[in-house]
Write a new protein. Sequence first.
Length: 303
Amino acid sequence: MDIYLPIAGLSVNALLIVALGGLVGILSGMFGVGGGFLTTPLLIFYGIPPTVAVASATTQITGSSVTGAYAHYGRGGVDLKMAGVMIVGGAAGSGVGAILFRLLQASGQIDLVIGGLYVLLLGSIGALMLKDALIALGWVTAATPRADKPHHVRWVAALPLRWRFYASGLFISPLAPLALGFLAGIMSVLLGVGGGFILVPAMIYILGMAARVVVGTSLVMILVVSAVTTMVHSLTTHAVDIVLAGLLLVGGVIGAQYGAVLATRLRPDLLRLALAVIILLVALRMALGLAWRPDEIFTIEYL
């Protein structure tokens, strides 16, 4: 069942795109990540132009985050105060990211930058997650003992204007979560990701948040920032393909509900190991795509 994408300018298999959205939705519900780190590369592998893939993926992230955030909120797994601080930073980061995106687009290097950033980010995050999962499963011996309870790092504790975040069990400065939100906002615009695959580890190991509220809080922040990013792309780059976004949303909304259920039934360490392997495979495929010489170096485009 093929359907034409007006902005991307090509026909795609609608069922395949819906299935892709469902897979990303499941990951969103299980891990508290927006899923764009997989959506955007897979769309690019399918043949969608990188700028359209980035802009349209943020719409799908918004939809899948809604259902995932609602499920975790119903279980009391959201720190709304922490999410609000990170949303403010994320909105500011989205504005800065939009400026950078337009500058790179004007220079003609946006596709190369998107691919390169994905290789660096996915490779580093995947390697760290893989190491942590192997240690947690007891398959690899850690160099230093792991603490049973995460604590925020020293520079976070030294920041001024400390607030009390009751749901997270923290008394820290809002400047640290504000900075994390700002970084996630920039990444959301440039790469079409919610930033959850960086936010979740950072919220645990840098901020020291309680694990029970990390996933839900991350999803609430991603939900709002992704919605803002979608509006930014619609008004500035005009690269949002509403047909592609709709197909992704259908699968994402359904998949997120199943992901939230699976998160409570499967062993977290095995889930983290599976996600790490997926991330590394996508990074490898993206790296090969940048390094391999295409069969046709030059193409002709009719305007």
